[in-house]
Write a protein that binds this ligand. Structure first.
Ligand SMILES: [Zn+2]
Length: 381
């Protein structure tokens, strides 16, 4: 499962391909910097991958089915080569789909896979949903689910009539019994809220994610009736404040472009942790801020990549050996100015990143100890 990048074709390099005719999409500058390049094929400690998508569920469709993005065995081969001991499949679905995911992953490969469940969004508009959803969480827990995944569906897609009407707020009281039940059962909530700030801005020449949004215009939340990033974040903070016994892992560093704000929230809410999935592009372009963040919150940061097998639309997180090597290099080395994704063109924006050279004590916690504690796993040796 390699992520090979093809080079420029002979035609592209031919004389007459003048600078003035070069399209932005064809521009692939090669750095002329001569700086150390460290290959990190293996992490210093065994890894718990907190954030992957081995299956997709039906989301707002409501069917109790899952689609498999790859076989558990193919993924295990990558895990073994890159010393990933355990992988969490966040999008494990609900109902019969969840049972299928647990059987194929956690039961078939004990210790290697952990499965989270998801809310049954299609029923959110039905009477009695609040109690139904809380009971479903109890059932999922009994079936073997270890946590709950909340996609940005909540806040940006789910509406009063599921797909139509007003957007349902993240802190809508109908979810309170679900948050409380999760806390009582010791199930962490892996919650993705909002997205990069550029997704809330016009797709114009000032937008630093112009290429990413041009390729995926449906990722834009600019205009229409979408709340701002700030409003979405504030709603999640109110949920964490209201449910202090429930632990929330705010995915993608909660708001990776504003670590000062995330630090304030971490100080205010002891029931908050973060993962770093799909955000080393952000963390690695502010290496000094990031390093201080890791030092200060070393007990509340978990390792994750957002690995998505065969997810060709997400080149920054395509599950392969190179994906893990880049994360290890970012966390462990002092290398400068390297690519944050196994892709030909930087998929999130045209910049490169710097390693933050974390000490062993912090690496050990981020790679595995913090996740072991959150997931109720035995302390590994
Ligand atoms: Zn994800």
């Amino acid at each position: 499962m390699a992520c090979a990048v093809t080079g420029a074709s002979a035609q592209e390099n031919a004389p007459g391909h003048s600078a003035s005719s070069l399209a932005l999409a064809d521009y692939e500058p090669k750095s002329m910097l001569r700086v150390p390049e460290t290959e990190v094929k293996h992490p210093k400690f065994p890894v718990i991958e907190f954030h992957s998508h081995i299956t997709w569920s039906d989301g707002m469709g409501g069917r109790e089915t899952v689609t498999w993005n790859d076989t558990p065995e193919a993924i295990l081969a990558v895990m073994d080569r890159r010393n990933v001991r355990t992988m969490v499949n966040l999008t494990g679905g609900y109902g019969k789909g969840l049972e299928e995911t647990i059987a194929g992953l956690a039961t078939a490969h004990p210790g290697r896979y952990i499965v989270f469940t998801e809310p049954w969004w299609a029923k959110a508009a039905e009477p009695g949903y609040a109690e139904f959803q809380a009971r479903e969480i109890e059932r999922a827990h009994a079936a073997g689910a270890k946590g709950i995944k909340v996609l940005k569906t909540l806040g940006l897609y789910l509406r009063e009539n599921v797909t139509t009407g007003k957007l349902v707020r993240i802190d809508d009281p109908r979810f309170d019994p679900m948050w409380e039940t999760a806390g009582a059962l010791g199930m962490p909530i892996a919650i993705h809220v909002s997205d990069p700030e550029a997704f809330f801005r016009p797709i114009d020449r000032f937008n630093e994610r112009y290429e990413e949004l041009s390729a995926h215009p449906d990722w834009s939340f600019y205009g229409r009736d979408f709340p701002s990033n700030e409003e979405l974040q504030q709603a999640r903070l109110r949920v964490m404040a209201r449910h202090p016994k429930t632990h929330f892992v705010c995915l993608h560093v909660a708001d990776s472009e504003n670590l000062a704000a995330v630090s304030e929230w971490m100080d205010r809410y002891p029931n908050m942790s973060v993962d770093i999935a799909a955000r080393i592009g952000e963390l690695g372009r502010q290496p000094r801020m990031s390093r201080r963040f890791f030092e200060r919150y070393q007990d509340r940061i978990v390792f994750g990549t957002d690995a998505t097998p065969k997810g060709v639309e997400f080149p920054q997180q395509y599950l392969c050996d190179e994906l893990y090597e880049i994360y290890y290099r970012f966390l462990e080395t002092a290398d400068e100015y390297f690519d944050y994704a196994p892709a030909k063109i930087p998929p999130q924006g045209r910049w490169r990143i710097y390693g933050i050279e974390l000490p062993d004590g912090i690496l050990d916690k981020v790679y595995r100890r913090n996740a072991e504690r959150l997931l109720g796993m035995p302390h590994s040796v």
